[in-house]
Every structure is written in C-alpha cells, then in structure tokens.
Design a protein around this ligand. Structure first.
Ligand code: NDP
Ligand code: PYC
Length: 339
C-alpha cells in the first residue's frame, strides 16, 4: 500500500476526520475518539484501520444502525470489573470513558477487567493496550467481529477476524505491543487489496466453493482462514467466548445475524484486562522488569525485531513528514465531506 501517497499535517488529517464524522451526525465525543484512532493508525502506517475506515463509519451511520450520539454509561460496582454500556454507539468513546476506572481498579487490586457492551466496533486494538501500558500496566484486549472465518478443518465461517492485542510497560519511549487478527490477515487487508485490484496471498481465504483463492473479491464471498491452522482457530474461539458469552454480548455469528444483510460495522462486546506489576511484584518490581528487558534484548540482539517496531519507526518518520494518505482515498474522503 505505498502507491501515490500525499503527506498531510496531523492536525489537518484530524480536522478532516472530525468534520466528516460531525457532518454525518456523530456527537463531538464520538468524533474526537474515532478521529484519534484512525489518524493514529494512518500516521503509524497501519492502513487497514486508518482513515479509510471513515467511509464504513459514515455508511454505518447513514444506514441507521449505530446511534451516532449514544452516551456510554459506566457500572463500576463490582470490585475488579468495569462494565461500560456503549448503548449501540461506536466502541471508542466507551473505551475512553471507562479507561480511568479500569486503571484505578487495576492499580488498587492488581488486576481488573473492563467489559464494553453493545458497541459497533471497527478499530485497531493497539492504541488501547499502548495507552494502558503507558500508564504502567500490562494490557490485553480482544473482540469478536462478524463471522467471516472458517474454523481449522472446516469451510464455513463461524469466527470473526477476532483481534488480540497485548501491551507491556517498558522504561524508554515505547511499550512492547502486539496486535493482530486471529485470521491469517485482517479483513481490512483483503478489502484494501480488492480496492487496489491486487491478488491476496494464498492461505488467507477460500472461495465459496471451498477452494484456495488469490482473488480478494472471491475471498470476501467465501471464507477467511485462521492464522496458524488449529492454533489461531482455538485462540479465535477463546475470544468469541471471553468477549461474547462471558460478558453477555454477541458472538461474531450473532453479530452477523444482527447485521441482517446491511453490511455495516460489527456490533458486539470487547474485553480489556489490565494488570499492575507494582501490585504483583512490590519492591521486587525493578528486578523483574529488568528480566523482561533481558528477553527483549535476546530478541533484538540477534537482529529479530519486536512487534510494533515498524509502527514506532513509521510514527517517528511521519512526525516530521506528515500523515501519509493515498491520493485516491483523500479525494474520496473530501468528496464524501462535500456530499
Ligand atoms: P499483521 O498480520 O500485520 O500483524 C500485526 C502485528 O504483528 C503487529 O503487532 C506487527 O507489528 C507484528 N509484526 C508483523 N510482522 C512482524 C515481524 N516480522 N516481526 C515482529 N512482529 C511483527 O496484522 P493483522 O492484519 O492481523 O491485523 C491488523 C490490525 O487489524 C490490528 O491492529 C487489529 O487490531 C485490527 N483488527 C481489528 C478488528 C476488529 O474487529 N476491530 C478485527 C481484525 C483486525 P508492526 O505493526 O510493527 O508491524
Ligand atoms: O479488519 O477484520 C477486520 C475488521 C473487522 C472489524 C474491524 N476490522
């Protein structure tokens, strides 16, 4: 995804996103939270969840599925659990509103969980665990999506693309973070290949006849495949369970049924865990966090890279260059704003 890029100032990218979202009817809080996420993804060159997502975001509002002005409510009455009801609005404002309570509970108890319910979800998870790790906590986030992915050994979709993200606090500029779909690739990647008229790698998906396909459009009509065969399949099932029935919210199959052919963003729950090393380790924290650093050194010391390093490098580069945006996408977003 490198073709025909323009660099625009971070403030201009954010202004464009907010103007588009406000024009579509989203409240200021939702527009701010969504713009922050998609602009950060674009800046870090995570294009599958960058500015392009605004198109789907606006379409979901226009189809009357999401409540663009939903006000999330918070129930923090259980000791280690924060429940945020997104009230069928987008997830990102619900995350923002619940985060201080999650951090407070984890810092007090050592571990806490936040369940976000009834949210439309379309974003990358790394900004969330990165923020938790920047607060000095270990973070783990997961969410279902729509049932697009066949279980290992099967050919019919059951699972969502079900991302899982992890953040570990470090001394220094950035935490250790990974964030990936449990499908071979995010659906957003396949959609970007389809938009660009490019083939996808074999092993990402099968067509509706169950045959391996490199055709992005056929892949979207067939079934996506899990990463690592039965391993990604089991992880995906875990995410369905932990961010579905455990928090009384929809699985990916239920989210797809709820969509009822509208083809908009998935609607379900999200589970976020936070653990405080200070409470686990007390006075021995420094010693044990140093052992974690030894492991990171053993990885990078042999020339392997840590997950998120590409992203942090892109961020550093684009802080001076600006946010890279594909010209065709920029034209599409500006046309949408004018429409
Ligand atoms: P990738 O397969 O591109 O993998 C992403 C992760 O792996 C990143 O942490 C990346 O770090 C790391 N990584 C990649 N290559 C290497 C390497 N050679 N060595 C070490 N680490 C590496 O991502 P996906 O396509 O699976 O997912 C992309 C995004 O889609 C995620 O942000 C996810 O949250 C989002 N998503 C959201 C969904 C939703 O329902 N909301 C559903 C599915 C996906 P780096 O970034 O530095 O390359
Ligand atoms: O890219 O798989 C994906 C995805 C699903 C929902 C949001 N992103």
């Amino acid at each position: 995804m490198s073709q025909d890029l323009q660099y625009i100032r971070l403030e201009d990218a954010k202004r464009l996103a907010i103007d588009l979202l406000r024009a579509a009817g989203l409240s200021e809080g939702h527009a701010e939270a969504i713009a922050k996420s998609v602009v950060s993804a674009q800046r870090d060159e995570c294009y599958s969840h960058g500015l392009w997502r605004l198109l789907g975001c606006v379409a979901t509002v226009r189809k009357g599925k999401v409540d663009p002005k939903a006000v999330p409510t918070i129930d923090a009455s259980a000791p280690g659990i924060v429940k945020v009801d997104a009230k069928f609005g987008y997830s990102l404002l619900a995350f923002r509103e619940g985060l201080p309570e999650l951090i407070a509970k984890a810092s007090h108890l050592g571990i806490a969980a936040m369940a976000i319910n009834h949210c439309y979800h379309f974003s990358a998870l790394w900004p969330e665990v990165e923020e938790i790790a920047e607060a000095g906590l270990v973070g783990l986030a997961m969410t279902p999506s729509h049932s697009w992915v066949a279980p290992a050994g099967g050919k019919k979709p059951v699972f969502g693309t079900n991302p899982i993200a992890f953040g570990w606090p470090r001394v220094g500029p950035h935490p250790f973070v990974f964030d990936f779909a449990t499908s071979a690739a995010a659906r957003g990647e396949i959609e970007l290949h389809r938009r660009a008229g490019k083939p996808i790698p074999l092993g990402w998906a099968i067509d509706s006849d169950g045959k391996d396909t490199a055709d992005a459009a056929k892949a979207m009509e067939g079934a996506m495949l899990t990463f690592g065969g039965h391993k990604g399949s089991a992880l995906s099932a875990m995410i369905e369970l932990m961010a579905g029935p455990l928090i009384a919210d929809m699985t990916s199959a239920e989210s797809m049924a709820f969509d009822d052919g509208a083809g908009v963003a998935p609607c379900h729950g999200e589970l976020i865990l936070a653990l405080d090393p200070k409470v686990f380790l007390g006075g021995a924290m420094e010693e044990h966090m140093r052992r974690a650093e030894d492991m990171f050194d053993a990885i990078t010391g042999q020339g392997a890279r840590l997950p998120s390093q590409r992203r942090y490098d892109a961020r550093a580069r684009n802080e001076s260059l600006g946010v890279p945006v594909q010209t065709t996408l920029l034209d599409e977003l500006r046309a949408l704003l004018a429409s």
